[in-house]
Design a protein. Structure first.
Length: 727
């Protein structure tokens, strides 16, 4: 199961949510009508406005939802609120991110469509969603538009709620037109947006009674709504359509959305005024929103598919280039979303200019060249070329254009990019298939390196199908308990005593038999299962070590870490909880990490490793000496030991260079007060050489191959006295 990411400004997001003061038990009744409408409109048995807190979620309004798990980690809305576009899951049971989510396995969700709800500050608060325990094939552009419209209605109601409980300064800064008045409609204040809408100076507008801002025919309606408050009722929750009046006497269609609160004993009203005449007719508005990206103004994915379908239907030669950025996430997290949005707008401009033919017309208006934003940092360009050489040249031009530094928020930002290319009709005759194939080529380019481009090849599709099938098998393996741990012994070279073992994962595959890590670990680490499997390995190894320590009190177990376990930032708490649950002391556990893990999110990882060391857990660098930054990492990372890579150990007898590297690493580690463990020891000669040069521990087939727990006990733990090495 993939857990949702945190907002880069999580503290600010939670402060923004707190401004609404929504009671999780009571919710916001003003949203109930919109939520019920959503359920009816999309023919779903359930819909909700879901607010996402620190560790829990809560419903501001819902229909058709009973008791459910409030944990943020399993919430679909916690994923949806971080996306720029609507998140649609047609069948969650087939989605690798969610198929093992408890809400899916428990039969609560199969179909989900959700859209982020944001505060005026831009912070994501939660999501409006519709759900169904049955799959929904397809979610049209029109349906996306309807959901976006409903989300805007929810945002209006929530803004009114914020004004009820927030300081007047918030209304002043709000981008929507707001007028406040007393229970009799006497004006109290207005914000600049209202002054602009009505064409009055703010100080004058704040003196005009509310009913004077609407046409004479609508004034009785406004007064009746206000008078209802004297009978103990509140104004209508739904929007009130009226003809409003500007300063110059012109009328315009408007809709009033009401809120109320008390200041002491006095009743106060807040009214949001929407200028309906400023927007195109509803159908045009929905179509525009459904077909374009609001940030860059480019057509979106749905519009791209429609354009591709039109070209492919006319048998025109068509090339599709899909582009994504390298380094954007880091810039966005470091400089903030405002700078990130600016970067994406500049990227859109550069991409359009690079793909533009020799013409003065805008690129997106040309029938033959079409640029779109797919979402996130991904873009696409449709070009009238069936020549792979021509398309390759354009892709390289795109890479070069996007490599030039950008300026955002006063910072110069250097990004990289990758391009995937697919051609119709050679690679596909359907729009969706052509886009899928271009994205497969993009994956190949991304794997090759920054600045690379790749052309789709048929074997990429076969490989993708194999990966999906393999990942599905991995999910089944974890759920059905097909993973197991083998243990390879580690010995002290000076005394010959068994000191512990490294836990190594194996897969009891139903058809292929017992698989070693090389056969599945790369796919596992790239999947959404990596963190869950890493936690399982940690738990199983600690449970086994606790059992063996009853007879061998000094026994230690070594466990490999994955990058996903460090990504969430709570590894120390997970390790501490696992140790406590099995009664295992921290010094009995050693965690191994590779250079790639250490280099990814350096500061984020380093802080967790310091916490683990303070807990008392041992830390070591695995495969040491194979990375370009290994020596530099020793200056900063709080490790206890290094494990010399097996390649150096196995080659040192026949290579002066490898022998020098091994002895040099041992001397360096001794000077740094670090323990050295040699991997891949396969002969008495190698063991004796390592012992003479001061290597503390070793493992390898000379001492024992990895074994299941039962054979490991029989071979290494059944003897009363410590085992002696044959060195």
């Amino acid at each position: 199961m993939r857990c949702p990411d945190r907002s880069p400004d999580e503290a600010g997001r939670l402060r923004a949510l707190a401004e609404y003061r929504i009671d999780p038990e009571r919710g916001l009744p003003s949203l109930d009508g919109i939520v019920a409408m959503a359920a009816r409109l999309f023919d779903c048995p359930a819909a909700a406005v879901n607010m996402v807190g620190d560790a829990q979620v809560f419903l501001a309004s819902s229909i058709g939802i009973g008791d459910f798990d409030h944990a943020r980690d399993i919430s679909f809305c916690a994923h949806a609120m971080l996306q720029d576009d609507i998140m649609v899951i047609e069948d969650a049971a087939l989605d690798p991110r969610f198929h093992d989510n408890p809400l899916v396995t428990g039969g609560v969700i199969r179909f989900y469509a959700g859209i982020a709800l944001r505060a005026p500050s831009g912070h994501a608060l939660g999501a409006l969603c519709v759900i169904d325990p049955h799959p929904h094939p397809g979610f049209s552009a029109q349906e996306r538009g309807h959901l976006q419209s409903l989300a805007r209605l929810v945002a209006d109601k929530m803004e009114l709620r914020r004004l009820e409980v927030a300081l007047p300064t918030h209304a002043h800064a709000s981008p929507v037109a707001i007028v406040t008045c007393d229970a009799d409609g006497g004006a109290l204040s207005c914000n600049p947006a209202a002054a602009t809408l009505f064409g009055w100076p703010p100080e004058t507008l704040a003196t005009i009674p509310l009913d004077r801002l609407v046409a004479p025919a609508d004034r009785p309606l406004v007064r009746s709504l206000l008078h209802r408050a004297h009978d103990g009722t509140v104004p209508l929750l739904d929007g009130t359509p009226v003809q409003a009046l500007r300063h110059d006497g012109t009328a315009f269609p408007a809709e009033l959305h009401w809120s109320h609160w008390h200041e002491g004993e006095a009743l106060r009203f807040g009214v949001i005024v929407h200028d309906l005449g400023a927007s195109p007719p509803a159908a045009e508005t929905l179509d525009l929103l459904a077909r374009h990206d609001s940030l860059t103004g480019l057509p979106n994915r749905d519009s791209l598919i429609e354009h591709l379908a039109g070209r492919l239907g006319s048998d025109q030669p068509t090339g599709l280039i899909v582009v994504d950025l390298a380094g954007f996430a880091e810039a966005n997290n470091t400089l903030g979303h405002a700078a990130g949005d600016d970067v994406l707008r500049q990227v859109a401009t550069r991409l359009a200019e690079t793909c533009r033919p020799e013409t003065s017309q805008p690129v997106t208006s040309l029938p033959d060249t079409f640029v779109a934003r797919l979402g996130g940092d991904a873009f696409a360009a449709v070009l009238p070329h069936g020549d792979p050489l021509a398309l390759g040249g354009i892709a390289r031009a795109i890479v070069a254009a996007l490599a030039a530094p950008l300026l955002a928020s006063g910072h110069e930002i250097a990004l990289g990019s990758h391009c995937g290319i697919a051609i119709a009709p050679d690679h596909a005759t359907r729009a969706e298939d052509l886009l899928d194939n271009a994205e497969l080529a993009l994956m190949q380019a991304r794997a090759t390196g920054r600045g690379e481009t790749a052309l789709f090849l048929p074997q990429m599709r076969a490989e993708a199908v194999a990966r999906r099938l393999f990942e599905a098998e991995l999910h089944h393996a974890l759920r059905l308990g097909q993973f197991t741990l083998f243990y390879q012994p580690q010995f002290a070279l000076d005394s010959g005593a068994l000191t512990g073992a490294e836990a190594l994962i194996r897969w009891n595959h139903l058809q292929r038999g017992l698989l070693e890590p090389a056969a599945f670990l790369p796919a596992l680490e790239a999947s959404s299962l990596a963190e869950a499997t890493g936690c399982w390995v940690l738990d199983a190894a600690c449970r086994q070590a606790a059992i063996w320590r009853r007879a061998h009190p000094d026994f230690t177990v070594s466990v490999n870490l994955s990058a996903s376990q460090l990504r969430r930032g709570n590894l120390c708490a997970v390790v501490a909880g696992t140790l406590a649950s099995h009664g295992l002391p921290p010094q009995a556990l050693e965690l191994e990490l590779t250079e790639n893990i250490a280099l990814a999110q350096h500061d984020h990882v380093l802080a967790q490793l310091h916490d683990l060391r303070a807990l008392g857990v041992r830390l070591s660098f695995d495969d040491f000496g194979t990375g370009f930054a290994s020596l530099n990492l020793l200056r900063h990372f709080p490790v206890h030991a290094i494990k010399i890579d097996r390649g150096f150990v196995q080659d040192m007898q026949g290579s002066d260079r490898d022998r020098a590297i091994v002895t040099g690493l041992i001397r360096m580690a001794r000077d740094l007060s670090l323990e050295v463990i040699a991997e891949g020891v396969e002969s008495a000669t190698a063991a004796q050489f390592l012992r003479r040069h001061g290597c503390a521990k070793a493992q390898g087939y000379y001492f024992g191959e990895p074994r299941a727990p039962g054979p490991f006990v029989e071979r290494h733990l059944a003897l009363a006295a410590p085992l002696r090495t044959r060195a």
